[in-house]
Every structure is written in structure tokens, then in C-alpha cells.
Design a protein around this ligand. Structure first.
Ligand code: HSE
Length: 310
């Protein structure tokens, strides 16, 4: 058994994207987590955690996304060895940027390499989604799927599990603004309604279908018009101070659309990469928070590839 360290970059992702709660996801070029591991005699041991927010990441392998996902892979492959892990966070937890998803996907992807790549991408996604279920209070694969496959993904069905992978338009610019506010996915899921009305169902089906069409055809206008959410963002707005003002500022400064990223608190904006650099949008959202004495980090990025060995 080789004891060579294997290093994986696992990108941030944005999920929901308006109408696609728990189904749509999109990988970003940056930021990303780095998960490093090597085969060990037995058990899973986390030897190092570093990077933004790492003080809140447990070293206990029973409650850490990376190790839970990696253990699932070892189990599925019937592996007779353990793994030693190092985690460098590039995406802080409780951000709505797929932080736990990147850790879970990175852990599953890494373990699969150590097992000789015996699992298919879909099986690897399922191992990572199991970790999401344990950590964030609900089975959802809309972050781990794009994190592993890259690009834009649609979970067509959870049972049986089927995921569709679509290459997003190259000129789709993305600005992520992350105010210094913590929103745990488990808390953000608790405020959601139990049921949706037929009216809202019709609204979501129409917009979700059109958004997928826009991704397939590379139609930024259709994508932007379709990022609509009548149910989930309205329920979560109270968890993110100044959300609506931040979205409005982004729109006034060149964004095609601005919306709550995943379970929040990050604010996502799409822009036309042919005509805009994205920096003004980033600065405008940052300004909303700085005038309220809240620090806000921003990334100007593009759709990206999934987990990769570095
Ligand atoms: N779809 C999930 C949610 C993503 O909105 O709760 C969490 O990262």
C-alpha cells in the first residue's frame, strides 16, 4: 500500500439558483478547499485542519464532513485500510457557498482515488451526499454534485438517484459576496415551510425549466429572468440582514440578477462576462455591509470544473 499524499481541490458551489431548491447547483472556479490524504493502517484520522473558519471544524472523524464521506467510500469499496487526512479550508463554514459540500466531495473524491477509482462519479456523489445528510440536517446533493462533476448540475431524482450534468455558458460571470454573518444550513432549513401552494409550484416549474433551457443554450437573459424563488429565499430573508438592499445595489451596478446563495448568507450575482468585469458589483455589495459595520468578502469568479487532483 502506497503512503503517498494525494491532494484534491474541491470548489465552492452555489445551489438552488432561484427555483431549483435542492436540485440545481453550479461549481465556481474559486474559492476551493484542499483535502489531502494518504492510506493508513486502519481508521480515519484527521491530523490537521487550517484556513478560514477552521476553528469551528471538528477534528473528530465521526462528525467531520471529509471523514464521513471518505468512510462511506471505503465501506462501499470494501477497503481494508484507513486514511490520514489534512484539510485546508478555502470556503468558510456557514457561508452558503457549499463549504460542507466541498469538504464532503473532496473527502469522497480523495478516498475513491486511494481505492483505485472503483466508484463511478454518481456513487462518489452519493457518498458525499451522505455526509451532507449527517452534518447539515437533510439529504441534499445539490452542492456535492457540481463539486464533483463541475459545471451546472440538476438532481432529476433522489430516489432513484439521477443527476444531469450541463456545461454552463462560458460568459456567465459570478460575483459572490459573503458578509461576516454565520447561517448554519440546519438552521436555514428549519425556517422553510412544510408545503408549497399549487400557484408557487407552477411558478417554480416554469422558471426552473426555463433556467435549464438557458444553461443549455447559453442564453444569459433567459437564465437571469428565470432565477426566481417564491418560496425559499422569502422564508430565509430574515436570517440575512440587508439582503434585499445588497441585491438591489448589485442590480443597479451591472448584475443581471442577484439572489441568496444556497442556504445563505452569501449573496450571488450573475453578470455578462462579455460586457462587465464584475468588480463594481462586488464593491457595491461590500459597501452595503461596510456602511452597516459588517465585513464582507467578495469573489469575482466564473463557472468551474469539479474536484481535481493538484
Ligand atoms: N439546497 C440546500 C438548502 C443547500 O438550500 O438548504 C444548502 O447548502
Amino acid at each position: 500500500m502506497s503512503d503517498e499524499w494525494v491532494k484534491i481541490a474541491a470548489p465552492a458551489t452555489t445551489s438552488n439558483i432561484g427555483p431549483g431548491f435542492d436540485t440545481f447547483g453550479l461549481a465556481m472556479s474559486e474559492p476551493f478547499d484542499v483535502v489531502e490524504g494518504r492510506a493508513a493502517d486502519s481508521g480515519i484520522r484527521i491530523v490537521e485542519v487550517s484556513g478560514p473558519g477552521s476553528e469551528n471544524i471538528p477534528m473528530d472523524s465521526k462528525i467531520n464532513s471529509v471523514s464521513i464521506a471518505a468512510e462511506q467510500v471505503l465501506k462501499r469499496c470494501g477497503a481494508d485500510f484507513g486514511i490520514e487526512l489534512k484539510i485546508r479550508k478555502g470556503i468558510r463554514p456557514c457561508s452558503g457557498m457549499g463549504s460542507s459540500g466541498a469538504s464532503a466531495a473532496g473527502g469522497a473524491y480523495l478516498a475513491n482515488i486511494l481505492c483505485g477509482e472503483r466508484l463511478s462519479p454518481t456513487e462518489t456523489i452519493l457518498c458525499a451526499a451522505h455526509a451532507e445528510d449527517v452534518i447539515s440536517g437533510g439529504l441534499h446533493a445539490d452542492n456535492v454534485a457540481p463539486c464533483i462533476l463541475g459545471g451546472f448540475t440538476v438532481i432529476r431524482s433522489y430516489e432513484p438517484f439521477e443527476v444531469i450534468s450541463i456545461e454552463p455558458p462560458k460568459d456567465l460571470g459570478m460575483v459572490v459576496a459573503l458578509p461576516d454573518i454565520m447561517v448554519a444550513t440546519s438552521d436555514s432549513r428549519k425556517v422553510l415551510p412544510e408545503d408549497v401552494s399549487v400557484k408557487n409550484l407552477v411558478f417554480h416549474v416554469g422558471n426552473a425549466s426555463a433556467l435549464v433551457y438557458g444553461m443549455v443554450c447559453g442564453d444569459l437573459g433567459m437564465i437571469s429572468r428565470s432565477v426566481k424563488d417564491a418560496v425559499f429565499e422569502p422564508a430565509r430573508t430574515k436570517l440575512v440582514p440587508h439582503l434585499k438592499e445588497a441585491e438591489k445595489e448589485a442590480l443597479s451596478n451591472g448584475a443581471l440578477v442577484s439572489f441568496l446563495g444556497g442556504s445563505g448568507p452569501c449573496i450571488m450575482s450573475f453578470y455578462d462576462g462579455n460586457t462587465n468585469l464584475g468588480n463594481t458589483i462586488a464593491e457595491s455589495v461590500k459597501a452595503v455591509y461596510s456602511k452597516n459595520n459588517i465585513k464582507c468578502d467578495t469573489w469575482v469568479t466564473r463557472p468551474g470544473i469539479g474536484c481535481r487532483r493538484i
